[in-house]
Design a protein around this ligand. Structure first.
Ligand code: B12
Length: 212
């Protein structure tokens, strides 16, 4: 089994104690950090499929998520490189009712490494909290909202609507993303941008900030 397969396997089986050492070994062997990350993202896809097919349940998803987070911790210094804060301020969070944060954390990490200062509001963030955060940080350039559940897509819609109605709207750009989100949905709810993954989110954030 290749090292990357081994890493994916350990994430799928939620072996948080083994993941750090394996990721470090993979780095030492010269594997590309992005390839290591992708093997963990693919593993979460497998976990999701197994959950959908009732082969595993929430606790197994949770331990897989924990293992992935540990792996990302080891990988982080190898993925993030930019100078902090120079590109502007980004507020990020997962919308109300939604507790998924792995994707949001990756987006935050990549945006940070693209030179932004990131204020991470965490998970289950109400639209009021997003608005409040922008008011407390008037130099914010981008608000990024994540939603992982089809059932929290309405919360994303409400959050973007609240941001769109705010007096500061012309000063910020709104980005949305998460597995069930599409460009079409982003357009429909009036967001400025959607991207499918963390790397493209960072590139898009730079583009949007330059246009601010
Ligand atoms: C891990 C996991 C959990 C963990 C989350 C732990 C954590 N700390 O995040 C736990 C166990 C808590 C969980 C709970 C639930 N989950 Co869950 N979960 C998953 C799983 C397996 C992986 C998610 C993940 O981390 N993916 C890896 C990351 C890297 O990918 P990502 O999040 O998509 O993010 C990338 C992009 O989307 C994008 N992106 C993300 N955010 C943003 C934001 C912006 C601005 C941009 C530009 C881009 C962007 O960039 C990211 C990086 O490339 C998925 C399966 C899947 N395939 O997604 C199910 C899944 C999302 N869960 C699902 C379900 C049903 C649930 C529960 C309802 C289960 C239950 N019965 O309780 C609960 C809901 C809890 C809640 N209120 O939120 C379903 C959703 C189905 C649907 N139609 O909505 C899925 C799809 C599983 C399935 N196939 O059925 N879950």
């Amino acid at each position: 089994m290749s090292k990357l397969q081994e890493i994916a396997d350990v994430v799928i089986n939620g072996k948080a104690k083994l993941i750090g050492g394996l990721v470090q070994e993979a780095l030492d062997e010269g594997n590309d950090p992005s390839a290591i990350l992708n093997s963990m993202i693919d593993a979460m896809g497998v976990v999701g499929e197994r959950f959908k097919n009732n082969e595993i349940f929430v606790p197994e998803m949770l331990v897989a998520a924990r293992a992935m987070k540990k792996g990302v911790e080891v990988l982080k210094p190898h993925l993030a490189s930019g100078s902090a804060g120079a590109a502007g301020k980004v507020i990020i969070g997962t919308v109300a009712g939604d507790l998924h944060d792995i994707g949001k954390n990756l987006v935050a990490m990549m945006i940070e490494s693209a030179g932004f200062e990131v204020i991470d509001l965490g998970v289950d963030v109400s639209s009021d909290k997003f608005i409040e955060a922008v008011r407390s940080n008037p130099d914010t350039k981008i608000v990024a909202c994540s939603a992982l559940l089809t059932t929290t897509m309405p919360a994303l819609r409400d959050t973007v609507a609240a941001l769109n109605a705010a007096d500061f709207r012309s000063k910020i750009k709104v980005m949305v993303g998460g597995a069930p989100i599409t460009q079409e949905f982003a357009d429909e709810i009036g967001a400025d941008a959607y991207t499918p993954d963390a790397a493209s989110a960072a590139a898009k954030a730079k583009e949007l900030a330059a246009a601010c």
